[in-house]
Each structure stands twice: as C-alpha cells, then as structure tokens.
Design a protein around this ligand. Structure first.
Ligand code: UD1
Length: 315
C-alpha cells in the first residue's frame, strides 16, 4: 500500500477500531463519516494523530470525490445502517445509505484509480441456511431489507471488479461486539444486554432465546479487515468473519446478568423479531487459508473488557 487509505464510517464502532489498527501500522488514513450514528468520542484516541484526516461527509454525497485527495490506494467501506430492525422500519433510508452509498464509493474508487476496495458485508445475506457452519458458497436468502441491501452491495462489488478491474474483497461479518458499540434499540444484543444489566433494568430476550449467534471481538475484526486489504490472494474473494463458537441468546443474557448486574436484572421474554435469523455461525476455514486469520479473543474475556468499558463510559 503506497498511497492513503480511505475508511468510510470511521467514527463508527468497527470503523474506529479499524482506523486505530491502520495508524498503528503507519498508514495514512482519511476517514469519512456523516455522524448519523458515528460519534466523535469513538475517534478520541486518534483524531489528532498526524497520519489521520477526518472529513464529515455522507457516502452518498455527489461531491464526495472532490472532497477527497487523489492518492488513495485502498478503500475500506464500512459506512452503513447496520440494523435489521432499522431496515424493517425504513427500507428506503437503508437502501439509500447501504446501496447508493456503495455505488458512489465504487465509482469514486474507479475515478481515483484505487487498487482495492474492501466491503464490510454481513452474515445476514445467508438468511436461515440448514447447514452450519455456513460456508461462503451457501446460496443467499435475504430475510430483511437490510440483508437485501448487503447483497446488492456485494453484487455492485462484483460488477465493478468485472467491468473496471478494481480489486475487490467482500467480508461477511457475523456478530461483532466490544467497546464503542453504540447503545440504542437498534444496536447489537450484547450492547443492549450489558447496558440494561448495569442499570438493573430488565433484559429483554426476543423469542425463546434458543436462537444462536457466533460473536467476534471488534479488535479481531479490525485485524482481519486490514489483512483483507493487504493480502494479494484476497482479491475477488468473499470471506466469512465469524466467531468460533455458537452461543444461545438466553445464555448470553444469563452470563451478562451475572457479570454486569449488581442486583441481578429480570430476564423477560417478548415476541421474536420479524426477519430474525435462527442460527448463525460461519466457517472460518477460508479466512484461515486466504488471510491466515483466526479470531483470538475468548468470549468470556471479550465480554469482561466490554462490560468494563461500558461501566467507565456510561453517564
Ligand atoms: C447483527 C448485526 C448486523 C450484522 C449481523 C451479522 C447489529 C445491530 N446487527 O444482526 O449488523 O450484519 O449481526 O450476522 O449489530 N435480541 C434480543 N434482545 C435484544 C436485542 C436482540 O433477544 O434486546 C436478539 C435478536 O432477536 C436476535 C439476536 O439477539 O435473535 C441478535 O440480534 P442483534 O444483535 O440485533 O444482531 P443480528 O440481527 O444478528
């Protein structure tokens, strides 16, 4: 990588960890974010780093290209609305951010002669396949507008690869957790459960809680994402980024309740979520063979770091 690296969504949860990792590896980084869900506090550790420049701009902005420098060599495209629930409430908004956004970014990559674009897609594209762990060849089956928007993004990546010869790598993130994950009704289950447990509020399990997920710690994800940008063999590939263990949501609730709640929160059940995926764990064989990557953070340790982080950052 000779030129600069562009990170879209740099003030977000995963984007900010990715920027930190790139700066540690001495890259020059331009970060963009529209600050819709991104937060300045996520960028505190690097906002005044000499190798970093922040531009507040939307990925869909028609003038985005003129706001960027021309010597960008590599793009990590993370900017998106990352919530299934938000997509069910407002599919048009999610389409604009997630689909128009990637087309705009790819078109700028083409115009600036960027050598590679790495796209953060989602395990949501698989829907509910029968076989676990899910391999990358599994047919896609969108169960929410969010999943459809990520499939559309992947198709645009393939089209720009074929049409313009841009190197592309698609990463399908499974469930990422860790410090800086926003807390709202649209955020990830671990962030919601920890925040409720610390406050002594009820923990709400959607459905029977027997649905499972495989969680990956955010710094593992940042490391893998950088590797996807640097590894020659990753060009043109689609690669899962999953945790290594399947965990039931009800077990996550109990673990967090024990570790984070001083008085013990009530665990209550509500209706299952429309469009919810039942089980989700990806095969990490391809990540290992192409990128030489396997997640390192044990779930219990990652959970402990995450709980401590929320404790020290809650108002
Ligand atoms: C998550 C990510 C999505 C990513 C996908 C990849 C978020 C917000 N979503 O979707 O960006 O592409 O993984 O696999 O990070 N649940 C409860 N109670 C709650 C909240 C959630 O029981 O208060 C349940 C949900 O019904 C679901 C599970 O926990 O069964 C996980 O939900 P969530 O964290 O929103 O993640 P995904 O929908 O898997």
């Amino acid at each position: 990588m000779d030129g600069k690296v562009l990170v879209t969504g740099c003030a977000g949860f995963i984007g900010s960890h990715l920027v930190e990792r790139l700066l540690e590896e001495d890259h020059h980084v331009i970060g963009i974010d529209n600050m819709r869900t991104g937060n300045h506090s996520n960028m505190v550790s690097f906002s005044s780093h000499p190798g970093f420049r922040f531009i507040e701009v939307d990925v869909c902005d028609p003038d985005l290209k003129s706001k960027l420098s021309s010597d960008i060599d590599l793009v990590f495209h993370l900017a998106a609305i990352s919530s299934v629930t938000a997509s069910i409430e407002d599919p048009i908004l999610v389409n604009r951010n997630n689909v128009t956004g990637i087309v705009n970014v790819l078109d700028i990559a083409r115009a600036l002669d960027v050598s590679r674009v790495v796209f953060s897609s989602s395990a949501a594209v698989y829907g509910n396949p029968e076989k676990m762990p899910i391999v990358e060849e599994t047919p896609l089956n969108p169960l929410s507008p969010y999943a459809a928007s990520k499939i559309a993004g992947e198709e645009y990546m393939k089209a720009f690869h074929e049409t313009y010869g841009i190197e592309t790598t698609i990463l399908r993130y499974f469930n990422v957790y860790g410090p800086r994950q926003a807390y709202s009704e649209y955020s990830g289950v671990i962030s919601i459960f920890i925040n409720h447990a610390i406050r002594g509020e009820p923990i709400t399990v959607e459905g029977d809680g027997k649905q499972t997920r495989s969680f990956v710690y955010v710094t593992d994800m940042a490391k893998a994402t950088v590797l996807a940008g640097k590894t020659p063999q990753a060009n043109g590939e689609v690669i899962n980024m999953s945790g290594l263990d399947l965990i039931r949501i009800l077990d996550v609730a109990n673990k967090i309740n024990q570790a984070a709640s001083s008085k013990g929160s009530k665990i209550i059940h509500v209706d299952p979520r429309i469009g919810d995926v039942r089980h989700s764990i990806g095969s990490m064989e391809k990540a290992q063979s192409v990128l030489g990557f396997t997640p390192e953070m044990p779930f219990e340790t990652g959970l402990e770091h995450t709980i401590n982080w929320y404790r020290s950052h809650m108002q």
